[in-house]
Design a protein. Sequence first.
Lengths: 232, 232
Amino acid sequence: MEIVERLTQFGLTRHEAVIYLTLLAEGDLNGYEVAKTTGISRSNAYTSLASLVEKGGAYVIEEATIRYTPVAISEFCDNKIRKLQAARQELIDTIPRKRDTVEGYITIKGEGNILNKLRNMILEARERVYISVPGQILETVTPDIKAAVDRGIKMVIITNGAWVLSGTIIHRSDQPLQQIRLIADSTNVLTGDINNGEYSTCLYSRKQNLVDLFKDAMKNEIKLIEMTKGNQ
Amino acid sequence: MEIVERLTQFGLTRHEAVIYLTLLAEGDLNGYEVAKTTGISRSNAYTSLASLVEKGGAYVIEEATIRYTPVAISEFCDNKIRKLQAARQELIDTIPRKRDTVEGYITIKGEGNILNKLRNMILEARERVYISVPGQILETVTPDIKAAVDRGIKMVIITNGAWVLSGTIIHRSDQPLQQIRLIADSTNVLTGDINNGEYSTCLYSRKQNLVDLFKDAMKNEIKLIEMTKGNQ
DNA sequence: TTATAGTGTTCCTACTTAGTAAGTCTACAC
DNA sequence: GTGTAGACTTACTAAGTAGGAACACTATAA
């Protein structure tokens, strides 16, 4: 992802992002210099600088001329994240509590949303997690698995490839894994495909019949892996 | 701040936020019900629902009719914050390093930006911090001061009011504090007013002459407090 | 069989807001 | 003449808001 696009995730417009990067690269500049260097017209440059300052991406140095200095990127991002964390707490405190719903079969679409759900299931697990995913997905969620292990969650993992993490129980499958499967605490299950980008689709459910079905299926999968391993 | 506005901070449009809140309050609904309940026209309701699902604010339940279930607010916010933390790391790794600048006198405007700077100075302090602020500002930054104390930073505080935190050295002033002052590690200083909302203005500098000036001034202020305390 | 309600999708018009793009004018300093 | 700053203007694009029409299908009641 391009740097400008990442900066827009933190609330900057394209112009503001371009100006911010220019300040980082060129050092402190005044408004006239910013306009010249970036090619943004002077009126727009001054407007965007004012907005960048208001958003906390730059500070003003009032000397013979008014110059602008960029805020360090880690500081700028931390400020934004901190603000969202505060908003998060305020939302949790004030938002209407979710009405109890009849749990059914929830469809989760898009690789990003599926990864989020997968990670949240690991995060909220209390006792044990069975997970069957390709190695590259494991790479992505390694920090979450590590954190789960650290708090005493039993992690049983079926995967292909060479991924390893101490404290986990790993069963290696020779066959490519076409689907992901995850069971957390024998109460909720996630399954489906995740290699179709935004078209990936998974099913999430807390239905006990589905959970039981998947538990049996994964136990059998593990038995098969152990049997074929014994023969090698 | 209103709930809808807080939700827009997490990337939802007003319609999406209204629909999300309706799902929380009413439980799982289909698109037709969402349109009826919210007053949003059906075409817009379906469009906004699709976008809300894409943004990870709701999941689809595919039954006799397609219903939508809201994602828990803490989960939704955590997902967004986690994404920004990842973008933060990617920015830090790829953004051009800030060109060394001649440190001058930086003007920081707006209460939010000033609070951010104040907190970042405490966060990055290595040895000691002298801070002189009104009590209500201290309330705001108590977690940051606590964290600094926990990592062994010497916190010397001049304030009014009854604020207290174990591990800090507090000098109470009888007079109202019109300005804030902070010196971190004898290397950087922040001073100015913060009770004017977005019109608040502070000065930040690493200039040694200004730092020395403020050190002397705060030492004298502490001496005066101690002397008047002795007389009481 | 007919009428009505429910459900979902696609396409349309129209207004508002924000961002992008660029310019003019005034004023001052060097 | 160049540099610097600010205020104001015009104009286009994109996204969000607001609402509707049309089509197709299903379910239910009379």
